[in-house]
Design a protein around this ligand. Structure first.
Ligand SMILES: NC(=O)c1ccc[n+]([C@@H]2O[C@H](COP(=O)([O-])OP(=O)(O)OC[C@H]3O[C@@H](n4cnc5c(N)ncnc54)[C@H](OP(=O)(O)O)[C@@H]3O)[C@@H](O)[C@H]2O)c1
Length: 305
């Protein structure tokens, strides 16, 4: 008889209460895969949109559906052809269906968890962190640049702020006032979004803005166009339609073990922080989704197993 373990499953689109903690067969790793006994998984806006049905037109899920895109835990089985990882290794990485006790990871996408890294931070870094890293690469952020980062306090934004500072850029960061002290602690110049944003940006960056990364969409794109001269140095991770309409970059994540390894190197050297806003036990995934949908987090929401 198949071994069973628990996973968050939903069988219809809807509000967070459609999420159920069910017993499912524990998966067996195929070629190139490892099975991980999970300790933590990050929650992302993509998860809540998959669950609600907001994305069903362009990214329908197949029911019964699972959620999650990043996590960390301990390897308890290794598939054929995997080199470099063994049972007992503590790892993190991107993984589909990460809201579960037992999850398959592609071995070529994972990295060893630094011993000093708490599980909740390890579970929350792989997807958001690699999005931030890819975006700054695509925007060519370099020493001497002034970069505008919208939605800077969120899961992607707070990593992007730190990576931009490490590249030597001055960072102007939009957030609600409650998050300004947090952004200052990461080395950014915080400004409140909303009416008058362009003036507030010009006040803190009188010499101008060279590039913009948008994680909010909508008016953030118009504001970015007004303050950044070059369209190819404005990118959004949140508003594909706006990017197409205005001729700006729509940025997707390019994940790799090398990119994750670079983030972990910075973390281990004490140069990069992963902020965890709230943690919830796996069984309370619905509460975690409600908190994510409130839309005003400071760092990441994490599920723990
Ligand atoms: N393309 C990709 O590969 C990719 C990957 C990851 C994420 N994303 C997308 O990128 C966006 C951000 O993701 P995330 O994980 O960082 O989200 P998140 O962790 O939920 O954070 C969202 C942040 O936005 C801030 N915010 C809300 N309204 C805002 C506004 N009008 N202007 C500026 N900031 C505002 C919130 O805080 P305050 O308002 O309190 O400051 C919060 O900190 C989402 O739309 C997500 O789907 C795309």
């Amino acid at each position: 008889m198949a071994t069973m373990s628990k996973a968050i499953v939903f069988t219809e689109y809807g509000d967070p209460d459609v999420l159920r903690l069910l017993e499912v067969p524990t998966p067996e790793p195929g070629p190139g895969q490892v099975r991980v006994r999970m300790k933590a998984a990050g929650v992302q806006p993509a998860d809540t949109r998959s669950r609600s049905g907001a994305w069903q037109a362009w990214m329908p899920v197949r029911f019964p559906a699972r959620l999650g895109n990043e996590g960390a835990g301990v390897i308890d089985a290794v598939g054929p052809g995997v080199a470099g990882f063994a049972v007992g290794d503590e790892v993190l990485g991107p993984a589909a269906g990460a809201y579960a006790e037992s999850v398959l990871f592609q071995a070529d996408q994972i990295a060893a968890k630094p011993a000093i890294m708490p599980w909740i931070e390890a579970g929350a870094l792989s997807a958001s962190g690699q999005t931030a890293h890819t975006a700054l690469e695509d925007l060519g952020v370099a020493a001497g640049d002034t970069v505008l980062i919208h939605a800077a306090a969120g899961g992607v934004g707070h990593i992007a702020v730190q990576l931009a500072r490490l590249r030597g850029a001055l960072v102007v960061a939009t957030a609600s006032p409650e998050n300004h002290e947090f952004l200052r602690s990461l080395g950014a110049l915080p400004v409140a979004y909303g009416p008058g944003l362009v003036d507030r940006i010009k006040e803190v960056a009188p010499a101008g803005v060279d590039a913009a990364l948008d994680g909010a969409g909508g008016e953030a794109l118009e504001v970015s166009l007004e303050v950044v001269g070059k369209r190819d140095r404005i990118g959004t991770i949140a508003d594909q339609g706006g990017a197409a309409r205005l001729g700006l970059r729509s940025i997707g994540t390019r994940r790799s073990a090398d990119r994750l390894g670079e983030l972990l190197r910075l973390y281990s050297e004490g140069q990069l922080r992963v902020a965890v806003w709230k943690e919830f036990p796996l069984a309370q995934a619905a509460a975690a989704h409600r908190e994510s949908e409130r839309g005003h987090l400071r760092g990441k929401i994490v599920l723990t197993m």
